[in-house]
Design a protein around this ligand. Structure first.
Ligand code: ZN
Length: 214
C-alpha cells in the first residue's frame, strides 16, 4: 500500500478511486485517519481509558473530506507519519494489554490484538480501491479468505451461502441459506465487500449487491 502510494503522481491522486464519490485522495486520507483511529484503540488498551476510533460517523467523514484537500506531499507525509506512529504504539504496548478489550469500528468488542488485522485488512482492501490496476485477484489467498470470512460472519444466519470455486474450493454459510452465490475466492471477496459483481453467479440477473459491509 505504501509502495502504491509513492508511485502515484500528484495528478494520479486526483483520479477516481473504486469507491463512489471518492477520489484516490479520499482513500489515502481515510487510511491516514484510520491509522490514527486504530492508534486510539491501542491507547485505550494501554491506559484502560475508553478511547473510541471515531467520535461519530459525521466527524469521521468530515475529517476525511478535509484531509483529502491537503497538498499531495502533505497527504503522502501524513499517511506515512500516522502509519509510523501506529507502529510505535503497537511496539510500546505491554504484553498484558494485548488482551484488553476495545470496541472496533462496527461496535464489536475485541481484544487489542485484533487491531493488527483490522489495520491490515484496511490497507489491502483500500489498496484495491485505489484503482491502480491491482484487483482482489492480486491479494494473497489468506488475506482473501479471512476478509471473506469476516464479511460473511457479519450477515444474518442462513441468509447467504457462498460457494468458492477451485482452486480454493469451499463453502461458507448454511446449507439452507436463502441465496447461493458463487465465484472465485477473489471475485466473491470483491462482491461481499461491495466492490464489484464481476465473475459472480447467483441465479439472478443482474447480480444483486451484497448486504452493506462497514
Ligand atoms: Zn476503510
Amino acid at each position: 500500500m505504501a509502495d502504491f502510494l509513492d508511485t502515484l503522481s500528484d495528478v494520479d491522486l486526483d483520479g477516481e478511486s473504486l469507491l463512489p464519490g471518492w477520489t484516490r485522495r479520499h482513500v489515502v486520507a481515510h487510511l491516514a485517519q484510520n491509522a490514527l483511529a486504530v492508534g486510539r484503540l491501542v491507547n485505550w488498551a494501554a491506559t484502560g481509558v475508553e478511547n473510541p476510533m471515531y467520535e461519530s460517523r459525521e466527524v469521521r467523514d468530515r475529517d476525511i473530506a478535509e484531509t483529502a484537500l491537503l497538498a499531495p506531499n502533505s497527504l503522502r507525509a501524513l499517511f506515512h507519519s500516522e502509519a509510523a506512529t501506529l507502529t510505535s504504539a503497537w511496539l510500546a504496548l505491554p504484553a498484558a494489554s494485548w488482551s484488553a478489550k476495545v470496541r472496533g469500528g462496527q461496535g464489536r468488542v475485541v481484544p487489542a490484538s485484533a487491531t493488527l488485522w483490522m489495520r491490515t485488512r484496511e490497507l489491502w482492501v483500500h489498496g484495491v480501491d485505489l484503482n491502480v490496476g491491482a484487483g482482489f485477484d492480486a491479494l494473497p489467498e489468506r488475506m482473501l479468505r479471512r476478509t471473506l470470512g469476516d464479511v460473511a460472519g457479519s450477515w444474518p444466519a442462513s441468509s447467504i451461502r457462498l460457494v468458492v470455486a477451485a482452486p480454493y474450493a469451499t463453502t461458507i454459510g448454511d446449507d439452507d441459506a436463502a441465496s447461493v452465490v458463487s465465484g472465485s475466492l477473489a471475485d466473491l471477496t470483491g462482491w461481499a465487500t461491495g466492490r464489484t459483481t464481476r465473475g459472480i453467479s447467483c441465479g439472478e440477473s443482474p447480480v444483486p449487491a451484497a448486504p452493506r459491509w462497514l
